[in-house]
Ligand binder design. Structure first.
Ligand code: SF4
Length: 696
C-alpha cells in the first residue's frame, strides 16, 4: 500500500505522511483479522481492521485496536537479559547478544552431549504465525534431538474429536451463519472471543433468526441472545444426548441424510434413548422442558447452525461431548442448507494448502525418536526425576510464544518446577512475564509490527499475510533470527538454517497465489460453497463417523470433579469453578497493557447471590478460593453471571498481579481429557471463604 492512503474504515483525517502496511492479527483467536498499520516517521500510529477482508469488515476487538500501546509499552524487553537474582525474582542485567547466545549455545551443547532429550521446547500460540511460530524453532529442536512437545493446552480434545467425526477440522463457512434461522452458540462467549462470528450472527438475528446461548456463565453474549441455557460445567455431552433422544422419540430425524451420510447411527440411537429429558435435566441442572423445547426448535427451524467453541471441551468428557454435538447437524440434515451445520474449527480446510514438513523439517531428526512431553503436565514433569519410563530429568527449557507459569494448570507445581536452581531456562519474550521472571536468559522478541509472517485461521478460510511495518525496536529480533543464530553457534550447518523469513513463508504455502496474497493482504481458499450438502465428509467412507477408530461410540463422560463422580470431594469443595478469559485479555496476553488492565481492574471471582450470602460474601469482599491443589486470593463479584453452584474465576491474570502472587490456575488440575490429552481447566471443584469486609 502506498503513502498517504488511509483505509475506508478510517474516519481520521488522512495524513499525507502516513504509509499503510498490511498485517494479520497474530493472536490465538479464531477471527485472524486482516490489519492495516498506519505508519508515520517509522512509528505505527494506528492499527485498524481491513474493511475489504470479508471476515474482518474493518472492525477489530478492543484488545488489538490497542496493539500500539502494547508494542511501545515502556516495559518492553528490548535488550538481552541475564539473571542476576534468585530464580523467579525477575532481577536481570543487560548483556550483549553475543554474550547471551554464546552462553546459551554452550549450555545447551553441554546438556545435549549427555542427552538432548533433557532439553524441552515449550511454545504455543503467543503468535499464530506460521513463520514466527514453529518455523525455524522446530528445525532447531529437530536437529538438536530435543524432546518433542504435545501442544495440547487449548483445543486438542475438541479438535481430535471433530476430526474423528468428520475426518478433519472442517465445518460451515463463517459467512453462512448470516443465513441461519437458529444458531446455538455453544460454549462460546463470542462477543469476547469470536467477535467476527458475532457480526454474522447479528445479521441473522436481524433477519429473524433465534440465537440460543449454551454456557454455564451468563456471558455478554448470553445477554444478547434470545435464550440462555446455563448448564452445569462438563455436562454438554448429556445435553447433546438428550436432544438426540427427543429427535428420535418424536421422529424429527432426517432419515435420508442419516442413511446416506452417517456411519453407525443405530449404535448412537441406542445410547441416546437412555437419555430422556428428565435424566438430562438432573445431570445438567436445567428443566426437562428446556431440553424438549430446544430439540423441537432445532429440528423445526432450518437452517439451524451450531457455533461450538473450545470452552466446553476443557473437562474430562470434552472430547466425547464434541463428538456428540458434532453429530447433531447430521441427524436433522442441517448440512443440506446454506446456514445449516456446525463450526468448531476451520483449520482442516488449510490442510491441502500447507506443507508442514517443508517448514518444520522433521527429517532433521535423522531417525531419532525423542520422547514427547505434554505441555499440560509441565508442572509434574519439571519435578520428575529421571526414570526408564520418563527418560532424563528436564535440564533445560526454551520457552517462546507462551507463558506457562501463568497459563499451565496446577501452577504451584509449575512455578516450583521453574524455580529449580538446576534448570536452565531461556525465554523469548516481549515482556517480563511470570515465566520470563524465572528465566536465566530473556531474549527480546519482535512483535507483529516488526516482522514478516503468514497466517491460517481456525475461524474462517482465508490466508492472511503480515508485512513488517517498522524496524525491530531496540535490539529485538524475530524468533526465526534468534533460532538461526543459535543454530549457527551450535554448529548446525544445514542450509535450511539460512532460509529467510520470506523463504519460510514460501515453503509452507502450497497452491496459494503468493502474488495475490501480498497484493491484497489475504487470499480466499478455493473451497466448495456448501461442502456437505450431500455428505462427502473427508473421512475414509465419506460419512460422518459414530464408531470412530479406537474411540467407540460417543457417550456422556462425567467430570472428574462433581457431586456425581466424586461425592466426598464435592462435600468438601461444593462449588464448580470455570475460568473463562476476562473480556479485555486474550489468555495471558494484554494483561499488562495499562488501559486494558484498568478496565478489568483486578482478579475477580463471579459468584451467585445464593452462594455468596451464606458465606457472608458481598461484591468487593476479598475471598480465598481453595481446593486440595492450592488457594487463590481475589475479589468477589456477586452476580447472576454465575449460576448457583458455579463460580467464574476470570483469567488469565499474571500471577504477579494477583493479590498474593498467584492466579486462578493455582486451583486447576493436570488431569487430562478423554480424547486429545488436553487439560481439564473447567473440571475443578473449589470452596470459597470471605477474608475480610467488602472494600468497594
Ligand atoms: S484478537 Fe481476534 S478479534 Fe481481535 S483483532 Fe485479533 S483476530 Fe481480530
Amino acid at each position: 500500500m502506498g503513502q498517504g492512503r488511509l483505509c475506508n474504515s478510517c474516519r481520521m483525517q488522512p495524513s499525507p505522511h502516513a504509509t499503510l502496511v498490511r498485517g494479520a492479527c497474530p493472536h490465538d483467536c479464531p477471527d485472524t483479522c486482516a490489519l492495516h498499520y498506519s505508519v508515520e516517521q517509522g512509528r505505527v500510529v494506528r492499527v485498524h481492521g481491513d474493511p475489504d477482508h470479508p471476515p474482518t469488515h474493518g472492525a477489530l476487538c478492543t484488545k488489538v485496536s490497542r496493539y500500539t500501546e502494547r508494542t511501545y509499552h515502556d516495559d518492553r524487553v528490548l535488550v538481552p537479559l541475564k539473571r542476576v537474582g534468585p530464580k523467579g525474582s525477575g532481577r536481570f542485567a543487560p548483556v550483549t547478544w553475543e554474550q547471551a547466545l554464546g552462553d546459551i549455545a554452550r549450555r545447551l551443547s553441554e546438556i545435549a552431549a549427555r542427552n538432548p532429550e533433557a532439553i524441552v521446547p515449550y511454545s504455543y500460540a503467543g503468535t499464530m504465525g506460521l513463520v514466527q511460530g514453529e518455523g525455524m524453532a522446530a528445525r532447531f529442536f529437530h536437529r538438536l534431538g530435543a524432546s518433542l512437545l504435545d501442544r495440547t493446552i487449548c483445543s486438542s480434545a475438541g479438535g481430535e474429536a471433530l476430526a474423528a467425526t468428520y475426518g478433519a477440522k472442517v465445518g460451515m463457512h463463517l459467512a453462512d451463519f448470516a443465513s441461519s434461522k437458529l444458531i446455538l452458540i455453544w460454549g462460546s462467549n463470542s462477543i469476547t472471543s469470536n467477535l467476527h462470528f458475532w457480526t454474522f450472527a447479528q445479521a441473522a438475528k436481524r433477519q429473524g433468526a433465534k440465537l440460543v446461548c449454551i454456557d454455564p456463565r451468563r456471558t455478554e453474549t448470553a445477554d444478547k441472545c434470545h435464550q440462555h441455557i446455563a448448564i452445569q460445567p462438563g455436562t454438554d455431552g448429556a445435553l447433546a444426548l438428550g436432544l438426540m433422544h427427543e429427535l428420535i422419540a418424536n421422529d424429527r430425524l432426517d432419515r435420508d441424510y442419516i442413511a446416506r451420510h452417517v456411519q453407525g447411527f443405530e449404535a448412537l440411537r441406542e445410547k441416546a434413548l437412555a437419555w430422556p429429558p428428565e435424566r438430562v435435566a438432573k445431570v445438567c441442572g436445567i428443566e426437562a422442558q428446556v431440553v424438549r423445547d430446544l430439540a423441537r426448535d432445532y429440528a423445526d427451524t432450518q437452517p439451524a447452525a451450531i457455533r461450538l467453541n473450545y470452552g466446553m471441551q476443557r473437562v474430562h468428557g470434552g472430547g466425547n461431548a464434541v463428538r456428540l454435538i458434532a453429530l447433531l447437524p447430521c441427524l436433522v440434515g442441517a448440512w443440506r442448507q446454506r446456514g445449516g451445520g456446525l463450526l468448531l474449527s476451520s483449520s482442516g480446510w488449510f490442510r491441502e494448502f500447507r506443507d508442514d514438513a517443508a517448514l518444520t523439517r522433521p527429517d532433521l531428526l535423522a531417525g531419532r525418536r525423542p520422547r514427547t512431553l505434554n505441555m499440560a503436565t509441565i508442572g509434574d514433569d519439571l519435578l520428575r526425576e529421571a526414570s526408564p519410563t520418563f527418560g532424563p530429568r528436564i535440564e533445560a527449557l526454551v520457552v517462546y510464544n507462551s507463558n506457562p507459569v501463568a497459563i499451565a494448570p496446577d501452577s504451584a507445581k509449575v512455578a516450583a518446577g521453574f524455580a529449580r536452581d538446576d534448570l536452565f531456562t531461556v525465554v523469548l519474550e516481549h515482556f517480563l512475564t511470570d515465566t520470563a521472571d524465572h528465566a536465566d536468559y530473556v531474549l527480546p522478541a519482535t512483535t507483529q509490527l516488526e516482522h514478516r509472517d503468514v497466517h491460517f485461521s481456525y475461524g474462517h478460510t482465508y490466508v492472511v499475510a503480515n508485512e513488517s511495518a517498522i524496524a525491530p525496536l531496540g535490539q529485538a529480533k524475530p524468533n526465526t533470527q534468534i533460532f538461526r543464530e543459535l543454530a549457527r553457534r551450535m554448529g548446525f550447518t544445514e542450509a535450511c538454517f539460512d532460509d529467510t523469513d520470506e523463504q519460510l513463508a514460501g515453503q509452507v504455502l502450497r497452491g496459494v497465489d503468493g502474488a495475490a496474497l501480498r497484493q491484497q493482504g489475504w487470499f480466499k481458499l478455493p473451497l466448495p460453497e456448501q461442502p456437505f450438502v450431500d455428505g462427502a465428509f473427508p473421512t475414509a467412507d465419506g460419512k460422518a463417523q459414530v464408531h470412530a477408530t479406537g474411540l467407540g461410540v460417543p457417550d456422556y463422560v462425567p467430570p472428574y470433579e462433581s457431586a456425581e463422580s466424586a461425592p466426598e470431594l464435592s462435600a468438601r469443595y461444593p462449588l464448580a469453578m470455570i475460568s473463562p478469559p476476562a473480556r479485555h485479555f486474550l489468555n495471558s496476553s494484554f494483561v499488562n497493557v495499562p488501559s486494558l488492565r484498568h478496565i478489568e481492574r483486578e482478579p475477580l471471582l463471579e459468584m451467585h447471590p445464593d452462594d455468596a450470602a451464606p458465606r457472608g460474601i458481598a461484591s468487593g469482599t476479598t475471598v480465598r478460593v481453595f481446593n486440595d491443589r492450592g488457594s487463590y486470593l481475589c475479589k468477589a463479584e456477586v452476580s447472576t453471571r454465575a449460576r448457583p453452584g458455579v463460580v467464574n474465576g476470570l483469567g488469565v491474570w499474571w500471577r504477579k498481579f494477583g493479590l498474593e502472587g498467584t492466579n486462578v490456575n493455582q486451583l486447576t488440575s493436570q488431569r487430562l481429557t478423554d480424547i486429545g490429552r488436553a487439560p481439564t481447566f473447567y473440571d475443578c471443584l473449589v470452596e470459597v471463604a470471605a477474608m475480610g469486609p467488602a472494600t468497594r
